[in-house]
Design a protein around this ligand. Structure first.
Ligand SMILES: *Cc1c(COP(=O)(O)O)cnc(C)c1O
Length: 380
């Protein structure tokens, strides 16, 4: 089955007892047994729930994995991965990673004695140089956040495999529509299902997808032992969202490209960061690695200062001022004041996250309306 057929049919079989074309939402926390010690398919919903199982089946089919595990949030999913390791182990992660991942690695994992190094993974040779004898995990993200840096997934996976180190990727921005990292040699694909998989700003969740039964069992053991799973209602919403994932991501990516091209021509803009623009440093690699579009996230710097950027971000009418991303509604944010405000200014500037940087999550509205909205806001 092709991608869109899998999205509609895998994990969405009709209900066998009623014929309902959409599987019912199973809210039960526990399951009745025939006799003590005789277990059915399910015994307790932390350990397994039919609605969550359906969502996991669909996502695994879309990423090309043997199974997936669904968590209460994206960060919960990443936390589960880090719990594979113990004091004295070392993790190498990209420096253009999600802020919450940065906080998890530096403020939580450090408490259990796990060491962390950050490197610019858009140069894979940096990765090789950062691997130590105690390195157990490489964690990458492509495109990065908020600068959209592109990392060569295949090259990183080769380095990891030679060093016998596990490698995981946060595939939230690209989604399985544009990039399927398991086919490039990645061990663990992670998603914030809150974003494109759900796609409608109404569900919170995370997921891990793997290709190895051993790894799946290790992660499942941790998930069940620590009690971190997606609720049935959220799982239902994510399942519904995934049915239209391919259409949404491709349409939103096409709009993002139009907007990036428009902004690049505009004298009010200093530079546009979007992998789909030939002027973008990671463009060639993105063209090789991403299929069907370059994603629906883009950032740009205006000619002006922090205050001017703040006025622009406050003046759009369709782009709503909010963190998060990946839903049908377009969002705008100013990283220096919002998603990356916790960095001190020097550190933030060193990372290239300037005062005048604005990040867009392009939604499903008509791109002409979005362009008109940006045009009027840039005059603010
Ligand atoms: C939102 C996000 C996360 C965290 O996911 P939550 O569901 O908010 O916990 C991780 N990575 C990326 C790239 C994200 O955008």
């Amino acid at each position: 089955m092709k991608f869109r057929t899998r999205a509609v049919h895998v994990g969405n079989e009709k209900c066998r007892s009623t014929g309902a074309i959409v599987p019912p939402i199973h809210l039960a926390s526990t399951y009745v047994q025939n006799t003590p010690g005789e277990w059915g398919d399910y015994d307790y919903s932390r350990s397994g729930n039919p609605t969550r199982d359906n969502m996991e089946l669909t996502l695994a089919a879309l990423e090309g994995g043997i199974d997936s595990l669904a968590f209460a949030s994206g960060l919960a999913a990443i936390h589960c991965v880090t719990m594979l390791f113990e004091a004295g182990d070392h993790i190498v992660a990209g420096c253009d990673i999600y802020g919450g991942t940065y906080r998890l690695l530096h403020k939580i994992c450090n408490r259990s004695g796990i060491e962390v190094s950050l490197v610019d993974t858009s140069m894979p040779s940096n990765l090789s140089a950062a691997i130590q004898t105690n390195t157990k995990l490489i964690w990458i993200e492509s495109p990065g956040n908020p600068l959209m840096s592109i990392t060569d997934i295949l090259a990183c996976a080769k380095i990891a495999s030679q060093a016998k180190v596990l490698i995981g990727i946060d595939n939230t921005f690209a989604t399985p529509v544009l990039t399927q990292p398991l086919s490039l040699g990645i061990d663990i694909v992670m998603h914030s299902a809150t974003k494109y998989l759900g796609g409608h700003s109404d569900a919170l969740g995370g997921a891990l997808v793997v290709n190895s039964q051993t790894l799946r069992d290790q992660l499942y053991f941790i998930q069940n032992a620590t009690g971190n799973c997606m609720s049935p209602l959220d799982a239902f919403l994510v399942s519904r969202g995934m049915k239209t994932l391919d259409l949404r991501v491709k349409a939103q990516s096409a709009s993002a490209l139009l907007i990036a091209e428009y902004l690049e021509r505009d004298a009010r803009i200093k530079r546009v960061l979007y992998p789909g623009l030939p002027s973008f440093p990671g463009h060639e690699l993105a063209t090789r690695q991403m299929h069907g579009g370059y994603g629906a996230m883009l950032s740009f710097e205006i000619n002006g200062d922090f205050q001017k950027a703040k006025r622009v971000a406050s003046s759009t009418k369709l782009f709503q001022l909010a963190v998060s991303l990946g839903a049908v509604e377009s969002l705008i944010e100013q990283p220096a004041a919002m998603s990356h405000a916790s960095y001190d200014r020097e550190d933030r500037l060193k990372h290239g996250i300037t005062d005048e940087l604005i990040r867009l999550s392009v939604g499903l509205e008509d791109p002409e309306d979005l362009l008109e909205d940006l045009d009027q806001a840039l005059d603010a």
